[in-house]
Design a protein around this ligand. Structure first.
Ligand code: DON
Length: 305
């Protein structure tokens, strides 16, 4: 498996130059376009690290999975999906076009920005600080790493330039879908996106989801089984935004991408995989990371289809 991963990364490196790093959050423009690294963490706790695996990156939209887990545990399925849909949007991750068109004004799913911002507002806590602590603690438990922290430069950069997110959050407050203070909710969401990690942290998070919500290193149940099932289903159908269908065909593993260049993938009952490559395709997904996962899926027969 190690040599297959190594070759996949070498092949992925051939195409990193055909993408671009995210620049709409200025701090992300500092990402290394050529970096490509990965970690496989299986449900027996074996880890394989290859390529630029020590690259630090902000978790960005991969945090939407952890936010959803917290929102579902804290509110239950019915309450969460009374405010957010469970269908792919086929629009860009930051699109707000459907919010006004739909009669209910509900964001299409929890993995587009609008849906994740609503999910953030639902997490238990009296204020944004409590809510962030709840999500941050969940990230630490799922990654088995107590030392993951917010990158403050990225957080400030997101807060300063996050006007599209701000616009949709105020719209959702106007539509009575968000009840809490909008700026507080946005600060929490931006902080979640700005948590800095390495691939091994994310692969461990994925391994818990792969292991039906139980941490492979301690046998502790962290995610209730019904929540874990919902999360995997939404990762499969909505995890790569308007490229989710193509990714299903080419890779076929529940996954979630982020504009920091990470893709987190879950191979049920077998392993968690995390890849990082800050060079992105037009949809905002890691271009080299997608190629690595496609090759791994083909050679290791990982597709669920
Ligand atoms: O809200 C944003 O735009 C970013 N903090 C996260 C977006 C993201 O990662 C989309 N992923 N592909």
């Amino acid at each position: 498996m190690r040599s297959i991963l190594k070759t996949a990364i070498e092949n992925g490196k051939q195409i990193t130059q055909s993408g671009t790093v995210a620049t709409y959050i200025p701090e992300l423009a500092k990402g290394d376009r050529d970096a490509l690294g990965a970690c496989i963490f299986d449900t027996n706790c074996n880890a394989i690290l290859e390529g630029d695996f020590d690259t630090k990156f902000t978790i960005q939209s991969v945090s939407k999975v952890i936010i959803l887990i917290c929102a579902l545990i804290d509110n239950g399925k019915d309450a969460v999906f009374s405010k957010i849909g469970m269908e792919p949007s086929a629009d860009a991750f930051n699109s707000m076009v459907k919010l006004e068109i739909k009669v209910t004004h509900k964001p299409s799913n929890p993995f587009i920005n609008a849906g994740a911002i609503v999910c953030t507002s639902l997490v238990a806590g009296d204020n944004g600080i409590d809510q962030f602590n709840r999500i941050h603690n969940m990230m630490k438990r799922l990654s088995n790493n107590n030392n993951i922290e917010v990158n403050n430069s990225v957080f400030k950069s997101e807060k300063l330039t996050g006007n599209t997110n701000r616009a949709m959050a105020y719209y959702l407050k106007g539509a009575n879908i968000i009840q809490k203070d909008v700026e507080d909710v946005l600060d929490t969401y931006f902080k979640c996106c700005s948590v800095e990690v390495v691939v091994q942290d994310v692969a461990r998070i994925a391994s818990v989801i792969a292991n039906n919500g139980v941490a492979p290193w301690s046998n502790e149940r962290i995610i209730p089984e019904d929540v874990n099932r919902i999360v995997k289903a939404l990762m499969m159908t909505c995890g790569l935004y308007d490229k989710s269908g193509q990714f299903c065909i080419e890779v076929g593993i529940p996954s979630k991408s982020g504009v920091g260049g990470c893709i987190m993938s879950v191979v049920p009952n077998r392993m968690g995989i995390a890849v990082v490559g800050p060079s992105l395709d037009v949809y905002g997904n890691s271009i080299g990371g997608g190629r690595v996962l496609e090759e791994l899926s083909r050679k290791l027969h990982l597709s669920m289809f």
